[in-house]
Design a protein around this ligand. Structure first.
Ligand code: T5A
Ligand code: NA
Length: 224
C-alpha cells in the first residue's frame, strides 16, 4: 500500500497598516494552528536577518539613505530570496503565515512622497508591482483594517521612517485601491476589523484561515 502524498500547506498573508496588529495576530495564529495539529511556520517580511534584510533595516531605521527605486527592489529581492524555501515548506505540508508580503511592498513604495529635485514623480503602482510578478500567490490575504486614530494609540507608533500620519493615509488609500482592483478575484482579500480586542480580532482572523485551508483542500494541489 502506498501512502497518499502529503497535501500542501496553505499560504496565508497577513497585511495591514503599521500597528494594525499583524505580528501580534501572527504569533497567536501560529500557536493556534500548531495546537490544532496543523504544521505551520511564520515568515516575516521584511526578513531583516539576511544581508538584504540588513540593508532594509538600516534604511527603515534611517541609519542609511537609498534611492526610492533601489529600496523598492531590495524589498522585492528579500521576498525572492525566500521563494524556494516558501515553496518547499508548502509542498512538505506546512502552512506558512506571511507577516506582510507583496501588497505592503506595492503600497508603501507608491505612497512615498517624491524626493523634490531628483525624482519629482511618485513611483507608479504598476512600476511597483512589476518586480514581484511570479512570486507565490497567497491562498488568502487577511487584511487587518484599523483606523488611523486607533493605530496611533498603539505602542511604538512613529518610531520608523514610514510611520508618519500623511504617509499612512496614502498607504490606506492605496490598499483600498489594490483591494478594489482585484475585484475579479475579490475572494483573495479577507478584511477583518482590527480595532477590536486582540481576542476579537483573532477570532475573525481564524475564520479567514479556515477559509484558506478549505480552498487548499478543494484546489488542485498547486501553489497559485
Ligand atoms: N515595508 C514592508 C515596505 O515598505 N515594503 C515592503 O515590501 C515590506 C514588506 C516595516 C516597514 O516596512 C514597510 C512597511 C513598514 O513601514 P514591519 O517590520 O512589518 O515593516 O513593521 P513592524 O514595525 O514590525 O510592524 P507594524 O508596525 O506594522 O506593527 P504590527 O505588526 O501591525 O502590529 P503589532 O502586532 O506589533 O502591534 C503593535 C502594538 O499594538 C498592540 C501590540 O501589543 C503592540 O504594542 N496591539 C493591540 N492593542 C490593542 N488592541 C489590539 N487588538 C492590539 N493588537 C496589537
Ligand atoms: Na509587525
Amino acid at each position: 500500500m502506498t501512502t497518499p502524498p502529503t497535501p500542501r500547506g496553505a499560504l496565508i498573508a497577513i497585511e495591514g497598516l503599521d500597528r494594525a496588529g499583524k505580528s501580534t495576530q501572527c504569533d497567536l495564529l501560529l500557536n493556534r494552528l500548531i495546537s490544532s495539529g496543523i504544521p505551520a511556520k511564520l515568515q516575516k517580511f521584511p526578513d531583516r536577518s539576511t544581508p538584504i534584510g540588513h540593508m532594509i533595516n538600516s534604511y527603515l531605521t534611517s541609519t542609511s539613505n537609498l534611492d526610492d527605486q533601489a529600496i523598492h527592489l531590495l524589498f522585492s529581492a528579500n521576498r525572492w530570496e525566500a521563494k524556494d524555501s516558501i515553496l518547499s515548506t508548502l509542498n512538505s505540508g506546512t502552512t506558512i503565515l506571511l507577516d506582510r508580503y507583496i501588497y505592503s511592498g506595492i503600497v508603501f513604495s507608491a505612497a512615498k512622497p517624491p524626493v523634490p529635485v531628483e525624482n519629482p514623480k511618485p513611483l507608479s503602482v504598476s512600476w511597483c508591482k512589476a518586480p514581484d510578478v511570479g512570486l507565490p500567490r497567497p491562498d488568502i490575504i487577511i487584511f487587518l483594517n484599523i483606523s488611523q486614530e486607533d493605530a496611533e494609540k498603539r505602542a511604538g507608533f512613529g518610531d520608523e521612517r514610514y510611520e508618519k500620519k500623511e504617509m499612512q493615509e496614502k498607504v490606506r488609500k492605496l490598499f483600498e485601491e489594490l483591494r478594489g482592483e482585484d475585484s475579479n478575484d475579490k475572494e483573495d482579500w479577507w478584511v477583518v476589523n482590527a480595532g477590536g480586542t486582540v481576542e476579537e480580532v483573532a477570532e475573525e482572523v481564524w475564520r479567514g484561515v479556515l477559509e484558506a485551508l478549505k480552498r487548499v483542500k478543494e484546489g488542485n494541489g498547486e501553489v497559485r
